[in-house]
Design a protein around this ligand. Structure first.
Ligand code: GSH
Length: 239
């Protein structure tokens, strides 16, 4: 049995998508990030960086429980455990890992920063908004190019690279405006193919359910928002 520490978030959705595709038995424990629960000592023993997702696999590779945090590491762990959604042949495997890393190091952090400065920061962030929008579009452009030469990001098969990217690319037009749909037609077709998979429907329903059990960003207290965003009394201050 796998335990997934979950919130209503794109990085957690990745893990639901993988678990559902792989048919693994799991249970989810909600972590109320917008109430600061991820900073509890219990949770920080699982992930000292205080972020979801985290999984605990009771049946780890050596027979004892194994804890894994960071969504990219969790996806690789689950893929290797099941032999699913990652090719075993080396050159195909590295194509999957390349695009998985593009999501982990590029798309996710850049979208995250753009959303932060767009929705949550005080006014006066034109430089940050322009920088993160430009760099995010550079990565989206790379995805569009890739998807015009291959059906899936890793090549000919659906893989953990697609799973990592889908939750971040899905709200593209909500983040950057409906005009982006015409700019990235291959990406839009790829999103529709993933959305039509039965496992995707189950994963989206599961993460929505977690959302009902936890605090939405709009309902969070100013203190909790400061904690999550590292500002106010929680800002790092040099002496
Ligand atoms: N690189 C990490 C990012 C995880 C992450 O940012 N998780 C968010 C939810 S999507 C979180 O736990 N935020 C709480 C915080 O940073 O305080 C991963 O991919 O797992």
């Amino acid at each position: 049995m796998i335990t997934l520490y979950a919130a209503d978030s794109p990085n957690v959705l990745k893990i639901y998508l993988a678990l559902e595709e792989m048919g693994l038995e799991y249970r989810a424990i909600p972590v109320d990030v917008m109430a600061g629960q991820n900073f509890s000592p219990e949770f920080m023993r699982l992930n000292p960086n205080a972020k979801v997702p985290v999984v605990v696999d009771e049946d780890g590779p050596t027979g004892s429980p194994l804890t894994v945090f960071e969504s990219g590491a969790v996806l690789i762990y689950l893929a290797e455990k099941t032999g699913k959604l990652i090719p075993s042949e080396a050159s195909r495997r590295y194509q999957v890992l390349e695009w998985l890393m593009v999501q982990m190091s590029g798309l996710g952090p850049l979208f995250g920063q753009f959303i932060h400065f767009h929705l949550f920061a005080p006014d006066g962030n034109d430089y940050a908004l322009s920088r993160y929008s430009t760099l995010a579009h550079r990565v989206i452009g790379a995805l569009e190019t890739r998807l015009s030469e291959a059906e899936w990001l890793g090549g000919c098969d659906y893989s953990v690279a697609d799973i990592a990217t889908f939750p971040w690319a899905r709200p593209l037009s909500r983040i950057f405006g409906p005009g982006v749909e015409a700019e990235y037609p291959r990406l839009m077709e790829w999103l529709a193919r993933i959305a039509a998979r039965p496992a995707t429907g189950r994963a989206l329903a599961a993460v929505e359910e977690i959302g009902r059990l936890t605090t939405a960003p709009g309902e969070a207290s100013p203190e909790a928002l400061d904690l999550v965003f590292g500002r106010g009394t929680h800002a790092y201050a040099r002496a």
